[in-house]
Design a protein around this ligand. Sequence first.
Ligand code: PMP
Length: 445
Amino acid sequence: MTYPDPTSRSAQLFARGRKVMPGGNSRTGVTLNPYPIYAVHGNGCRVTDADGCIRIDCINNWSSLIHGHGNQAVLAAIAEQSQHLLAVGMPTEVEIDLASLLCERLPGVEQIRFSNSGTEGVMMALRAARAYTGRDMIAKVEGAYHGSADSMEISVAPSPTQWGPAHTPSSVPATAGIPAKVQQDTLVLPFNDVEATSRLIEQHAGELAAVVIDPIVSRMGFVEATDAYLQRVRELTDALKIILVFDEVFSFRVGYHGVQGVTSVTPDLTALGKVIGGGLPVGATGGKAEIMEVFDQTKKPLRVEHGGTYNANPLTMAAGLACMKQMTPAAYDRLDRLGDRLRDGLRHHLEDHDLKGQVMGRGSLAGLVFSDKPFTDFRSLPLGPHEVRTVLSLHRFLLNHGVQIIPFGLMILSTAMTEDDIDEILEQVGAGMAEIRSSRRSDEH
Ligand code: PMP
């Protein structure tokens, strides 16, 4: 079956879904035009859709499935745990086990608490920073996504007419429903611009509770923070007693010690989610014990109330523990090699098909950008209509040739993949690029 097909089961499900849910489902990110493809089954690195088409999954639930689908150890842990407790109004030991594993691995995490989404992981980091510093303002990078908390739904993908000056970017709500007061309390930083960022942080020193940074920005084709940028932000936040928060919800999967294991600085707080839940809903906030103490409900008066009916539910904790235990240094090395194989192959294909482009990403993350113009921040992202059209054409070609990627050119790998799977992805990307090239030639004539 070729996508799109109005007679497909997915098209029918979408029509049915739209009657009871605005937009047909509950998640902006699964949107596809003219209809999203409905999934029914996953096995290893492949997903079967409602029409029986099987594709290699390079979305991996937007980074959360580091072992792909149906990982036996994770399923066994879920089955075993489900015999005892799903969720319960008491703490359980498995929560301590997962907390211990994460505290051991992450240099900036001495203590941690769990929640149910990356959004909550970030939100509780902001709350802790505000409680600890007694200040309200939060700084974030222009073009970065940090989940759905009001303070973070600012300047995620503003249009050029909304940008404001490069050295003092405007604070632009990314969605309707953000209170003006919250908008004013989010300071927007130009990524990788050391001077302008320093000036902004210094200007707002007395008001800033936290600076939030994802050092590998998925919404910007995996562009990375430079060492100089991170070091300067670390120096300033230390000197001005502002909390530096790393949002590793998406990017934690790049290494055994997370992103902070591959950068030259250690944050005060870290927000986590996705992979640490082994495929079940999860979020976490971790960091220096001195700051995390604000959550300590044994202290009177309690500084930050952190409730949540499903926080650290034993099913998620068991799945997360089984997932993370398999992520040994050797497992990360193997994923790195698969990632290198994919990135090298993508670069060769761009050359062979004489297409302008660059390949971003590290570890199990790869990003394909159809422009050779270097970029370092949101405003220099080469995402004009031509580049967007090209990446969407490739995405559509791949959908019809057994591979699903994130529509704007991101590919997320899993340990369920082998070198043969990577080669299959590459073969289809090569065929897709050949088609793009030949349709361009016929346009030119
Ligand atoms: N931070 C980053 C960097 C993310 O990519 C995401 C989700 N894609 C979030 C936070 C929010 O996580 P969740 O969707 O689990 O709320």
